[in-house]
Design a protein around this ligand. Structure first.
Ligand code: NCD
Ligand code: ZN
Length: 351
């Protein structure tokens, strides 16, 4: 039986930190366990220029707990007005690690996103030339398409044509939720990777909807059938080098979620690593966890792995996880898939 796991300090390749009081409340939850995270740009207003990203990175750094070595890796929010030269300069100067494509209307704060892909063609071409990854929220927004089919349809209608039209563009299909998404990444060659969230590995749409509607299990892309969830788990534990962790931890204050029209987003940051350890252990795959959390993503993003380590153990009498985090912007419920999780992060080794 495995009762101790030592991982190189993990990276979270998809994280929402927000701004202001919410940022100050949630950032320590990620900075404690993770070495770096790729920070999503869907603020209001969004992070659209290199200068915006630099200013946001400064605000994040200022909100870090004293002594923290956490590194925020920034993204730009792609709009139809994005200037290719600004993107390339921001990447060259080390300000951004990627650009994010939100189809307009697909998710939280995506109204400024892209409506017509052809209008961002010059940006995509400049990114392909400079090797800058495009992170994609892969859902069509066509109201005719059932919400449970939006990812699979996106692959055929948008993602595949986009990649064929822009050879060499490096793409991350984020928060993959379907078998089709997994297959597309696996079969797609070296220029495409996929991230998987903790919650999509653990819950299905039935968990969200059976026995009462659970707003804290609601996110976008919405959780799919259990069969899709099982395909995600199989892919995560398979050790595929182009599949890695991006939590999509997305805090909203509880009143905004527990509402007649609740926001999409699940806050997993405080529990992400222990829940993953339990999942990989349940599948006899503890030896693959470090690749998933700490190595495959760094390789795709062409950065060295973090130097420190985190240790996970199973304490005899584990502290319960917090049910919610109190932030200056209100309480935020922490993801709880049910069942007991024996794992806890017990030690951080800085170098
Ligand atoms: C995210 C958010 O709240 O910003 N919500 C979510 O359900 N994942 C946006 C996103 O990544 O789609
Ligand atoms: Zn997200």
């Amino acid at each position: 039986m495995v009762d101790r796991l030592t991982l190189p300090r993990p990276d979270d390749w998809h994280l929402h930190l927000r701004d202001g009081a919410m940022l100050r409340g949630v950032l320590p939850e990620t900075a404690r366990d993770f070495g770096r995270a790729l920070i999503m740009p869907n603020l209001v207003p969004p992070v659209v220029t290199g200068a915006d990203a630099l200013a946001y990175r400064d605000r994040i750094r200022a909100a870090l707990p004293p002594g923290s070595r956490f590194t925020p890796l920034m993204t730009l929010y792609l709009t139809e007005a994005t200037d290719p030269d600004d993107v390339v300069a921001a990447a060259r100067n080390g300000v951004i690690a990627a650009v994010k494509l939100y189809p307009a209307g697909a998710t939280t704060n995506s109204d400024a996103g892209v409506r017509v892909i052809d209008r961002v063609r010059p940006v995509l071409e400049a990114m392909a030339g400079a090797g800058i990854p495009l992170c994609v929220h892969g859902e069509v927004t066509d109201p005719e398409i059932d919400i449970f089919d939006r990812e699979a349809v996106f692959i055929d209608r948008v993602l595949d044509p986009l990649r064929r039209a822009t050879p060499g563009l490096r793409v991350v299909m984020e928060h993959v939720t379907t078998r089709q998404g997994i297959d597309y990444v696996r079969d797609g060659g070296p220029d495409i990777a996929g991230t998987l969230t903790v919650h999509h590995l653990l819950i299905s749409r039935t968990d969200m909807l059976a026995g009462g509607i659970r707003p804290h299990f609601y996110c976008l892309p919405v959780a799919k059938r259990a069969g899709h969830r099982d395909a995600l788990v199989a892919a995560a534990i398979s050790g595929h080098p182009r599949l890695f962790l991006g939590t999509d931890s997305a805090p909203h204050a509880d009143p905004a979620k527990e509402s007649a029209c609740g926001c999409a987003g699940i806050f997993t940051a405080p529990v992400a690593l222990p829940l993953l350890a339990a999942l990989f252990e349940a599948h006899g795959a503890c030896d693959r966890l470090a690749d998933f959390t700490s190595s495959h993503g760094a390789t795709f993003y062409r950065v060295a792995p973090n130097r420190g380590r985190v240790v996970l153990e199973k304490p005899a009498d584990p502290e319960p996880f917090p049910a919610r985090i109190d932030t200056g912007a209100g309480p935020v419920t922490v993801f709880d898939p049910g069942g007991a999780c024996p794992w806890r992060v017990t030690e951080i080794q800085e170098e």
